[in-house]
Design a binder for this molecule. Structure first.
Ligand SMILES: Cc1cc2nc3c(=O)[nH]c(=O)nc-3n(C[C@H](O)[C@H](O)[C@H](O)COP(=O)(O)OP(=O)(O)OC[C@H]3O[C@@H](n4cnc5c(N)ncnc54)[C@H](O)[C@@H]3O)c2cc1C
Length: 455
C-alpha cells in the first residue's frame, strides 16, 4: 500500500481527521488529496472593480482548497445537536457534543484564544421569542470570525504539513475497492491505501453520488433549503447579536404551517456570492476585527423542502430556482422589502436611494419571479414576525438577496462508525449528508480518526 490512510478533501472534516491521526500515531503514512489550492493560493477573482461578479472558475476558490468551504466563512462553530447536522444520530448526543468541544479546544490552541463563546442559556430573548410565536434554538457558538478562522487554519496547516502529505490541485476521480484496501485515481495516477476517508463536502456532492453508485453504497435523498439573505442596519438586531451573536430562530407560518428559520447570522458582516457547481447563490460572513466591520447585519431566511416519490432530486429543484435567478439577474438578485411587498421590482435608482447600503453588488430585480410563492409568502410572514422582536426588520429598505440555497448531499448509508458497507471506507462531513456545519464536520473527522486508531 502507498499509504495507511488516504483522506479525500481538505475541508474541516479532512483536516481534523488528519490532525487526530497524526497526534494519535506518528508512524502512520497519511496523504490528503484536495482538488483546490493550498490556503495561501486561494483567491477569488472578484475584486469589485475589474471583476464584479462570479466568473465561474473551474474550481471555486471560496468552496475548495485547504480549509474547504469553511476557509473564508464566518468561522461560527456551533456546539449543539439542535442544528448543523445529525451526527448525534450515528454516534450519540453526548459523544457528539464532547467532540465539538474538543474541536473548539483545538481551534483555541491554534489561534482562536481570545475569541468569544456565546450561549443561549438563560437568555431573556427566548421568552420574548415565545411571546411572538418564534422559537430560539439552544446552542453555544464560538465566533472565530473570517480573519481568525484563517489564522487557525494557517497554524494547523503549519503543524501538519511535514507530517502529512498534502497534494493540492489533485482531484480524485474514482475510488476502487481492492484486496486489503482501496485504490484512488487522480488523472493518470493511482494510489493505494488501507483506509480511506472521503470528506468532499458540498462541492463534491455530484462526485460522491457517482462513487456511491460505482461502489453500490445506498444513498437517500436529502432536503434542500431555499430562501433569501436579509441585510439590514446592524442596530436592528444588535440586542440579539450582542448577547447571542447568532440566533437560530424558527417560525411556523400561519398560512401553510411551513417552518421558516434564520440561518448564518453575521453582525456587521458582508453578503457574498457562492458558486456551487457553476450556480451562483448568496451567502454571508463577518470579521472578528472591528476595523473590517460594515454597518449592516445579514442572515438567511430559509424554508426546507423535502420530496418523496416519484421526485427525489431535491438539489436539482434548488438548482433550477438558483438558475432562474442567475438567468434573470446574471447572478444574485437584490430587492428592497418595500418593493417586494408592493409587487414591483427594485431598480438601480431605488437601491441607490435605500438607507441600507448593499454590501454585495447584486442585480436589482424581482424575487417574486424566482422564488416559489409558497416559500416567498413564508419568508414575508417571518419578516413581519421578526419585526416584533427586532423592530425595523420589516422596513421598506431592508434588502433581500436571492436566492440563498443550502444544498445537502444525498445521505450516504454509513454505520455508527461512519463507515460504509465496505469496511475501511469512511464518509464524513457534509459529503456524507449527515453534517452541515463546521463543528459537526470537524467532529466527524476526529471520530473516524479515533476509530482508525482503535481508540
Ligand atoms: C461562505 C460560507 C460560509 C459558511 N459559514 C459557516 C459558519 O459560519 N458556520 C458553519 O458551521 N458552517 C458554515 N459554512 C458551512 C461549512 O463551511 C461547511 O459545513 C464545512 O466546511 C463542511 O466541511 P467538510 O469538510 O465536510 O466539507 P468542505 O469544507 O466542503 O470541504 C470539502 C473539500 O473537499 C474537496 N473535494 C471535493 N471533491 C473532491 C475530489 N473529488 N477530490 C479532491 N478533493 C475534493 C473540496 O475542494 C473541498 O475543499 C459556510 C459555508 C460557506 C460556503
Amino acid at each position: 500500500m502507498n499509504y495507511d490512510v488516504i483522506i479525500i478533501g481538505a475541508g474541516p472534516g479532512g483536516i481534523f481527521s488528519a490532525y487526530e491521526l497524526v497526534n494519535g500515531n506518528k508512524n502512520l503514512k497519511i496523504a490528503v488529496f484536495e482538488k483546490g489550492n493550498s490556503l495561501d493560493k486561494r483567491k477569488c477573482p472578484i475584486d469589485g472593480k475589474k471583476v464584479k461578479s462570479c466568473i465561474k472558475c473551474p474550481t471555486c476558490a471560496i468552496m475548495s482548497g485547504f480549509g474547504g468551504a469553511g476557509a473564508f466563512s464566518d468561522g461560527k462553530y456551533n456546539i449543539t445537536n439542535q442544528f448543523g447536522g445529525t451526527l448525534y444520530e450515528h454516534i450519540g448526543k453526548t459523544e457528539a457534543i464532547d467532540l465539538m468541544k474538543y474541536v473548539d479546544s483545538i481551534n483555541l490552541k491554534y489561534g482562536g484564544e481570545g475569541t468569544k463563546l456565546y450561549s443561549t442559556a438563560n437568555t431573556a430573548i427566548k421568552k420574548k421569542c415565545f411571546e411572538n410565536d418564534l422559537h430560539l434554538l439552544d446552542a453555544q457558538v464560538r465566533h472565530l470570525g473570517t480573519d481568525i478562522n484563517y489564522v487557525v487554519l494557517e497554524n494547523i496547516y503549519n503543524e501538519l504539513k511535514d507530517k502529512v502529505e498534502f497534494r493540492f490541485r489533485t482531484e480524485i476521480t474514482s475510488v476502487r475497492k481492492i484486496d486489503g484496501g482501496f485504490e484512488v485515481e487522480a488523472g493518470d495516477e493511482a494510489y493505494t491505501c488501507e483506509k480511506c476517508i472521503i470528506s468532499v463536502g458540498r462541492s463534491g456532492s455530484k462526485w460522491m453520488e457517482k462513487v456511491c453508485g460505482e461502489l453500490d453504497i445506498p444513498t437517500m435523498s436529502n432536503r434542500v433549503d431555499i430562501g433569501v439573505r436579509v441585510e439590514l442596519p446592524a442596530e436592528v438586531f444588535s440586542h440579539l447579536t450582542d448577547e447571542l451573536y447568532e440566533s437560530k430562530i424558527v417560525y411556523r407560518t400561519k398560512q401553510f404551517e411551513d417552518l421558516v428559520r434564520t440561518f448564518c447570522m453575521n453582525p456587521h458582516g458582508a453578503v457574498v456570492n457562492e458558486n456551487t457547481n457553476g450556480i451562483v447563490t448568496v451567502n454571508g460572513h463577518s470579521y472578528e476585527d472591528p476595523k473590517m466591520h460594515t454597518n449592516n447585519t445579514n442572515f438567511a431566511l430559509l424554508v426546507s423542502k423535502h420530496f418523496s416519490e416519484p421526485f427525489k432530486d431535491s438539489n436539482g429543484y434548488g438548482e433550477s430556482i438558483a438558475r432562474l435567478s442567475n438567468m434573470l439577474g446574471g447572478g444574485v438578485i437584490v430587492q428592497r422589502f418595500g418593493d417586494l411587498t408592493r409587487g414591483r421590482r427594485s431598480n438601480e435608482q431605488r437601491i441607490a436611494e435605500s438607507y441600507v447600503v448593499p454590501t454585495l453588488a447584486a442585480t436589482p430585480g424581482d424575487l417574486s419571479l424566482v422564488i416559489p410563492k409558497r416559500i416567498l409568502d413564508g419568508i414575508i410572514e417571518m419578516i413581519y414576525a421578526l419585526d416584533k422582536i427586532a423592530p425595523g426588520t420589516a422596513n421598506d429598505d431592508t434588502l433581500l438577496y436571492g436566492v440563498e440555497v443550502k444544498f445537502y448531499n444525498m445521505e450516504v448509508e454509513i454505520d455508527s462508525d461512519l463507515q460504509t458497507k465496505h469496511k475501511g471506507l469512511y464518509v464524513i462531513g457534509d459529503g456524507s449528508g449527515v453534517t452541515h456545519s463546521l463543528s459537526h464536520a470537524s467532529a466527524s473527522g476526529v471520530y473516524v480518526a479515533r476509530h482508525i486508531l482503535g481508540k
